[in-house]
Design a protein around this ligand. Sequence first.
Ligand SMILES: NC(=O)c1ccc[n+]([C@@H]2O[C@H](COP(=O)([O-])OP(=O)(O)OC[C@H]3O[C@@H](n4cnc5c(N)ncnc54)[C@H](OP(=O)(O)O)[C@@H]3O)[C@@H](O)[C@H]2O)c1
Length: 301
Amino acid sequence: MNPGRIVLAGGSGFVGKGLMTEFLGAGHEVVVLSRSGSRESEVRFVAWDGKRVGAWAEELEGAAAIVNLAGRSVDCVWDEQNRREIRDSRVDATRAIGRALNACVDPPPVWINASAIGYYGDTGSHEVSEASPAGSGFLAETCREWEAAVDEFPSPVRKVRLRIGVVLGRGSGILEKLGRMTRLFLGGSAGRGTQFVSWIHLRDLLRLTEWAIETHNVAGPVNATAPNPVPNAVLMAELRRAMRRPWSPPAPALAVRIGAKLMGTEPTLALASQRVVPQIALAHDFPFEFPTLRAALADLV
Ligand SMILES: NC(=O)c1ccc[n+]([C@@H]2O[C@H](COP(=O)([O-])OP(=O)(O)OC[C@H]3O[C@@H](n4cnc5c(N)ncnc54)[C@H](OP(=O)(O)O)[C@@H]3O)[C@@H](O)[C@H]2O)c1
């Protein structure tokens, strides 16, 4: 792909920072749409409110790609207000981009919009792929509306909805939290431990995003997960192994619920099961650098 301008909406966060580095390294100009102003020197921060079309929309004219990552973190207590913010921040930001693209004279050829594997709901041990229907529950409903917003406005832009799994990377909230607990000998499995965790190494997520931008015949939903999801008990055992910690007692679901409350987060994030396969990436022979959890943790821990 020839160097061009890449617009990163919500690009100031964990995944966005990784993409910034990748895109700058490939010679692209990076513009970040942010609600809170400039930080990095090599990229241009342009103000937006994540809701309405504004002067920022000019950045889309002639751009090489738009990647939208905006959304309030789900790592919080899901009370009514937070649920509203989690949903609205995603749907409103996506709609604003759709509306802006629709009015573009020279729109970018491709729009990558984040979504999440929460789309599938709790899948138990049943394997799901991009062809599977949406599940039920708050996250599934949010993801369904988030994705529907991508298609709300007609535009000639190729649209890819990246259903992102649990991202493991240095500085990722989940790995820091689990790592801290494991270090304190609290790295037992959560609940029954049989619930599946569909994870992806940050490096593979960044590469998959670039691949989706460059692969002209890819459109629609793409699962951004490693090909080998694991049960929670295996995740915790591999983490203990990587951190050289002995066996730790499992935490029953009630303890997870109490712990989540104390940590100000939502227990569903640890207790729900999602067994997701990246069917489209595999069908295109996307070369995962970290297909197994052991390899990913060896790199990260
Ligand atoms: N990390 C994961 O494991 C994971 C898993 C599945 C899906 N995803 C999805 O991938 C996307 C990127 O993830 P991430 O880990 O990079 O998230 P992040 O670190 O929380 O960054 C998200 C960005 O969204 C913007 N934002 C926050 N609240 C907002 C609001 N109310 N309205 C508009 N924008 C808001 C923020 O940018 P400003 O403050 O600069 O505006 C923030 O930097 C998110 O949509 C997330 O749901 C991530």
